[in-house]
Design a binder for this molecule. Structure first.
Ligand code: BTN
Length: 326
């Protein structure tokens, strides 16, 4: 952990109390003057840190900005995901940034957040609106030892983890629309874009791009989306602490990625199925120009959707756009 992350962790673990400069200096093994300089730097980022001769340093509040050291401090220790966190004020798309890191050989588990994206993209070539500081727009790099066809397992795991983290953090009850939309009261609140680089029989790396509409108000959605999309702020009636939610999501993703790597896809899929708003329903799936109707029955071992068509055949669906039939 960086020095700033360690300072923030120490201040947070004092739970509103103070930590003296000499305690911090001992814990971090740096001088009190160096601690003071780091505290000043954190203040310049918007952290309100009180300093008193009797109580020491006290964290009063953190700004609504994403800050890599703060995210590391809130996240704590994980197995893989989030051991390297980078935050950009603006990028084209965090998937592009992480892809470059992947090609440069960066280790799996790296996460890139952006406060805004100028070319955020969604599935099926759609645009993804990413206004500054209103959501969580981030991508993570994985290097799983798996066949390319099994990579859908990661999308399934990411959707289960994302939905669980939202539930834990907000108390809301999100549902999953196959394969990767998180919906609340039928409106989309988050989505996942999985991109893959692979050889014939082996994944080189997988990029999971995740977008969560956190603090957008209804009026901030373009007109055409208002019936289809929502935000956590709209659903809870209050602003959400984005950094805390980000840490919660990364923790749950780390947990489910470990389960996938340990060959426990079935346990992840069972949890996914229990939250799924698609299985057991009659659906229409659009795959480019093609449209298939049927009943969504279950997931296969790789996370693809098994659809019982109107002719009684079982089709394996790995992409497309799903609409529930009324
Ligand atoms: C979808 O539901 O269509 C997927 C949306 C994924 C959006 C995220 S935001 C962070 C990452 N960067 C992108 O350009 N897209 C993903």
């Amino acid at each position: 952990m960086t020095t700033d992350a360690q300072i923030l962790t120490a201040l947070r673990s004092a739970q509103g109390g103070g930590v003296s400069g000499s305690e911090l200096s001992q814990q971090l093994d740096i001088s009190r003057a160096a601690i003071w300089a780091r505290i000043e730097e954190l203040r310049s980022f918007g952290y309100d840190i009180e300093a008193s001769p009797h109580r020491g340093y006290r964290l009063v509040s953190a700004p609504d900005h994403l800050h890599a050291d703060d995210l590391l401090s809130r996240l704590g220790k994980t197995r893989t995901i989030g051991r390297d966190i980078r935050v950009f004020q603006e990028t084209t798309s965090t998937n592009d940034v992480i892809e470059k890191l992947a090609r440069d050989g960066v280790k799996e588990g790296a996460v890139v957040f952006a406060e805004s994206q100028s070319k955020g993209r969604g599935r099926l070539g759609r645009k993804w609106m990413s206004p500054p500081r209103k959501g969580l727009w981030f991508s993570l790099l994985l290097r799983p030892a798996m066949r390319p066809s099994a990579a859908t397992q990661l999308t399934i795991a990411a959707a289960a983890a994302l939905s669980r983290a939202i539930r834990l953090h907000t108390g809301l009850k999100p549902e999953i629309k196959w394969p990767n939309d998180i919906v609340i009261r039928g409106k989309k609140v988050a989505g996942i874009l999985t991109e893959l680089s692979a050889e014939l029989d082996k994944v080189k790396y997988v990029i999971l791009g995740i977008g969560v509409d956190v603090n957008l108000s209804a009026g901030e959605f373009p007109h055409e989306f208002r019936k289809l999309a929502t935000s956590l702020k709209i659903e809870t009636g209050q602003s959400i602490d984005r950094a805390e939610l980000a840490a919660e999501i990364l923790r749950e993703l780390d947990r489910d990625y470990a389960r996938i790597c340990a060959g426990q896809f079935t346990a992840v899929a069972d949890e996914w199925e229990s939250q799924c708003a698609t299985l057991g329903h009659n659906v229409v799936i659009r795959l480019g120009d093609r449209q298939i109707q049927g009943r969504a029955e279950s997931l296969d071992v790789d996370g693809a959707l098994l659809l019982r068509t109107l002719h009684g055949h079982l089709e394996t669906i790995i992409g497309g756009d799903v609409t529930l039939e009324k």
